[in-house]
Write a protein that binds this ligand. Structure first.
Ligand code: NAI
Length: 334
C-alpha cells in the first residue's frame, strides 16, 4: 500500500533535471543569461552555442559549483547539432541588436535568416524542445520559427514562445516608480506583441487604475519605448542585455517549472494564440499558464478600459503585418 502510494506520487511528479541550450550564448544577452541558467537548480546540462567564444563562456561558467555540466560549442564539428541534441528548452538570443535610431523591424533582414537557420537545426535535433525566442523583431521571428517547424513536420504550437518578459519587468519597475511602491509587489499583465505600439500594458487590471491621464500616458509610453532608453544610453554599443537576461531567465525558469508539473505558473508570452485568430491575428501575447506539455491554458485579456481596447486594436493591426512579414520571408527564403 505504502509503496504503491509513493510510486504513484513519484511518477506523477515530473523530473527535475533538464538540458537547456542557449544559441548566441557569447553575446550581450547570451552571457548573463547563461550565467543565470547556470544558477537554476532545475538545469543539469547547460549547452552553449555561438559563432565565437561558446567554449570560452562555457569553461568560465563551468567553474561555478552548481549541479549542472556546461558544454560550449562553435560551428566546427557539427557543434550546433551536438549542442541541441536532447535539449528540453532552447533559448535563442542570437542576432544583432539595435543601434540608436533603429526600430526592432530594422533588424529583420539580418536576424530573420539567423533565426530561420537555428530553427531548422532545432527541428532536426530536438523537435520536442520548448523554444524561447528572444531575437528581434520577436513579432516576426516567432512566426519564422513556426513556419520552419511546420515545413519540417514538427510544429508544436504549445512549445514555441516569444519572450516578452522584459516588457513585464519594465512595467512593474516603471509603475512602482510612479506610485512609490516596491516593484516586487507590482504585477502588470502585458499583452499584444514586443515592439512599440504592440506592447499593451493592462494597467487598469492593477491596483493603480486611476492614475491621472498625463501620468498614465507617460507611463504607457515609457513601457512601450523603454528599450530606446537603453539603446540611447549605450550609445551605439547595443540594446538591453542585463535586464533582458533577467527576463529571459525568468521566462525559462517558468517554462521549466511548468515542465516539472508545478501548479499555477503563469507568464505573459507571445504564442500561436486562439484569442484573435478569427480576426487574422495568428500570434498574440497574453497570460499563459505553463504545464508539462508547454502551453496549458491561454487566458483571455479580461476586462479592458476603453483606452486599452483602442491600444489592443492598434496592436492587432500592426501584428498582422509583422506576422505576415515573417511568414512571407520563410516562403521566399525556405
Ligand atoms: P549581441 O550582438 O551582443 O550578441 C548576439 C550574439 O549572437 C553574438 O555573440 C553573435 O556571435 C551571436 N550570433 C550571431 N549569429 C549567430 C548564429 N547564426 N548562431 C549563433 N550565434 C549567433 O546582441 P544582444 O545584445 O545579445 O542581442 C541579441 C538579440 O536579442 C538581438 O536581436 C536583440 O534585438 C534581441 N533583444 C531582444 C529583447 C527582447 O525583449 N526579446 C530585448 C533585447 C534584445
Amino acid at each position: 500500500m505504502f509503496s504503491q502510494i509513493s510510486t504513484r506520487q513519484f511518477s506523477s511528479s515530473a523530473r527535475n533535471a533538464y538540458k537547456v541550450t542557449v544559441l548566441g550564448a557569447a553575446g550581450g544577452i547570451g552571457q548573463p543569461l547563461s550565467l543565470l541558467m547556470k544558477l537554476n537548480p532545475k538545469v543539469t546540462q547547460l549547452s552553449l552555442y555561438d559563432l565565437r567564444l561558446g567554449k570560452g563562456v562555457a569553461t568560465d561558467l563551468s567553474h561555478i559549483p552548481t549541479n549542472s555540466t556546461v558544454t560550449g560549442y562553435g560551428p566546427e564539428n557539427d557543434g550546433l547539432a551536438t549542442a541541441l541534441k536532447g535539449s528540453d528548452v532552447v533559448l535563442i538570443p542570437a542576432g544583432v541588436p539595435r543601434k540608436p535610431g533603429m526600430t526592432r523591424d530594422d533588424l529583420f533582414n539580418t536576424n530573420a535568416s539567423i533565426v530561420r537557420d537555428l530553427a531548422k537545426a532545432a527541428a532536426e535535433n530536438c523537435p520536442n524542445a520548448s523554444l524561447l525566442i528572444i531575437s528581434n523583431p520577436v513579432n516576426s521571428t516567432v512566426p519564422i520559427v513556426s513556419e520552419v517547424l511546420k515545413s519540417k513536420g514538427v510544429y508544436n504550437p504549445k512549445k514555441l514562445f516569444g519572450v516578452t518578459t522584459l516588457d513585464v519587468l519594465r512595467s512593474s519597475r516603471f509603475l512602482s516608480e510612479v506610485v512609490g511602491t516596491n516593484p516586487a509587489n507590482e504585477t502588470v499583465t502585458v499583452v499584444g506583441g514586443h515592439s512599440g505600439v504592440t506592447i499593451v500594458p493592462l494597467l487598469s487590471q492593477t491596483k493603480h487604475k486611476d492614475l491621472p491621464k498625463e501620468q498614465y500616458d507617460a507611463l504607457v509610453h515609457r513601457i512601450q519605448f523603454g528599450g530606446d532608453e537603453v539603446v540611447q544610453a549605450k550609445d551605439g554599443a547595443g540594446s538591453a542585455t542585463l535586464s533582458m537576461a533577467q527576463a529571459g531567465a525568468r521566462m525559462a525558469g517558468s517554462v521549466l517549472k511548468g515542465l516539472a508539473g508545478e501548479a499555477d505558473i503563469t507568464e505573459p508570452t507571445f504564442i500561436d494564440s486562439p484569442l484573435f485568430k478569427s480576426e487574422g491575428v495568428e500570434f498574440f501575447s497574453s497570460r499563459v499558464t505553463l504545464g508539462p506539455e508547454g502551453v496549458k491554458e491561454v487566458h483571455p485579456l479580461g476586462t479592458l478600459s476603453s483606452v486599452e481596447e483602442e491600444m489592443v486594436a492598434t496592436a492587432k493591426e500592426t501584428l498582422k503585418k509583422n506576422i505576415q512579414k515573417g511568414i512571407d520571408f520563410v516562403k521566399a527564403n525556405p
